[in-house]
Design a protein around this ligand. Structure first.
Ligand SMILES: CC(C)(COP(=O)(O)OP(=O)(O)OC[C@H]1O[C@@H](n2cnc3c(N)ncnc32)[C@H](O)[C@@H]1OP(=O)(O)O)[C@@H](O)C(=O)NCCC(=O)NCCS
Length: 245
């Protein structure tokens, strides 16, 4: 595999694919189609490779339980991307209360554990409602949460979108972890939720964040800027289906 390509595998059902800069393809095995309540009709034989658009119409019908079966156990070669738990408050505060991880965040670091715990409770509700949301990230070869990231659904500019997010503890920066998380999240989004645009909003000085969004296949969209600068994938003019724009 080249450095641009991360493998993702969604346990326990064995969804497996390779996700590159622009999301190359997804492999869907028949047994996990059953796990997703039969809503993806891709695999008549054991394995079928297809571009995400092949599954678009049916993927829109996936239930939260079906999505959770895919999303909650995703991992890459180096990272475990798991559903956050109620006990992750201290890990949340360790990352979100650190001034270094908030250098570009005008709202500043979380002031205390209660603030981070409240954010965590919101994320847990996202998972309950949708079957996916931001992951807690650990390494396969070490204990401890190194950060949080992924996509979660929210309303933005009067549309439902997937917001791409990543915040990692500084000791692991510069090793390609954020890019790996972002590519995996965007790969799953394109495979299972292709009707939803993916956006990333960041500050103009936050080059690392911008590079990470680009590494996941998002493109700079100055026309969508607010106080943030915006990157997007699949944001098309209103009324048109999501596409590669
Ligand atoms: C943004 C962040 C998640 C990146 O994490 P990371 O694991 O260090 O990123 P990666 O190693 O995967 O690098 C991803 C890309 O960003 C680039 N990058 C990373 N740190 C950088 C820096 N300080 N300056 C410029 N580019 C940087 C990398 O070179 C890579 O791009 P490339 O592959 O095109 O060369 C991390 O810096 C962080 O947690 N920052 C604080 C939180 C934050 O700002 N989150 C974004 C909120 S909008």
């Amino acid at each position: 595999m080249s450095g641009d390509v991360a493998e993702w595998r969604a346990a326990p059902h064995g969804t497996k694919g390779w996700v590159g800069r622009n999301v190359l393809a997804a492999a869907v095995h028949s047994h996990e189609v059953a796990a997703c309540k039969g809503t993806i009709r891709m695999a008549k034989d054991n394995t079928q490779w297809g571009r995400p658009s092949a599954a678009r119409a049916d993927a829109a019908a996936l239930t939260p339980a079906g999505l959770a079966a895919v999303w909650a156990g995703a991992h890459t070669a180096r990272l475990v991307l798991r559903r956050p738990q109620a006990g992750d408050g201290p890990a949340m505060f360790a990352v979100h209360g650190d001034p270094a991880t908030n250098r570009h965040n005008p709202a500043g670091p979380d002031l205390n554990l209660a603030t981070s715990a409240a954010t965590l409770r919101g994320w847990l509700r996202d998972w309950e409602a949708n079957g996916y949301g931001y992951w807690a990230i650990t390494r396969t070869d070490a204990e401890g949460v190194i950060g949080f990231g992924g996509v979660k659904r929210l309303a933005w500019r009067d549309r439902d979108v997937l917001n791409l997010y990543y915040r990692l503890t500084p000791s692991v920066w510069g090793q390609g972890y954020a890019a790996e998380v972002a590519r995996t999240a965007v790969g799953l989004a394109q495979a299972y939720l292709p009707h939803l645009p993916v956006i990333a909003r960041t500050r103009s000085a936050n080059i690392a964040s911008q590079r990470t969004a680009e590494r996941a296949g998002l493109r700079r969209r100055p026309d969508l800027d607010t106080a943030h600068i915006v990157f997007a994938l699949g944001w098309t003019p209103a009324g048109e289906p999501a596409g590669p724009a």
